[in-house]
Design a protein around this ligand. Sequence first.
Ligand SMILES: [Zn+2]
Length: 234
Amino acid sequence: MNLRLPIDDWIGSQASDWLEAVAATNYGQAAGLAEETTKVLKGMLRDVDSGASENQRNGLYMAAIFFRSLWDFAILKQLTGTPGWSREPSKIEEAWIYYWDCRQRFDASGPTFGGTAVELVQQGLKETAEWFDRTFGPGVYSSPEILVKKQVCSICAQDFRACSHILGRLYGGKRCVRVAQGIQPNGMAVALVTEPLDPRCRIWPWQREGNHLKGICLMTMFQIDDFLLTEDEY
Ligand SMILES: [Zn+2]
């Protein structure tokens, strides 16, 4: 893969096509565009040649995260544009997950790009957050307490305390995270908290039955770049 040609122009034109579809409330088309673009970027990141610079790799990574957040956003708008969605618990839970997937990917990548698409997503996410806050308040969340034997660095696979990589920073198109090894499920307890690590694990009014909680989310495996770590196309 030759990256000497700037891909910025292409990224810009994909973003403006996406914006046009969203402005026309054609969210299905916007989602399709964002998905196609993300796939191409994922392929480029995978096939990038050894001569590509650190900056080029990291730029592709950021663009992939950004277009995936545009996909999340289009799906969220499509879902919350369906008549009666706000009366269906399963749709509300789904919208909450898409909101957070979009927000976390967008917060990590949007500021790198800027422009009208970024402003539109920012405004849309703000309105969604306000709707949830007005309708359900700040919320209570479940938070698992898990015992792990060891945490290793995703870049060098060493114990994270022993390596020099910085958590959250990009290295050659890969993000440094801590990977838990040897999870001990027996040691797992669940706490109810108001400021969770993963806000997806929200407890909804319909999950409370007297003193019992029914069907709550205990943890998700979400990472902003989880789609880049799989062999699948998307
Ligand atoms: Zn490391």
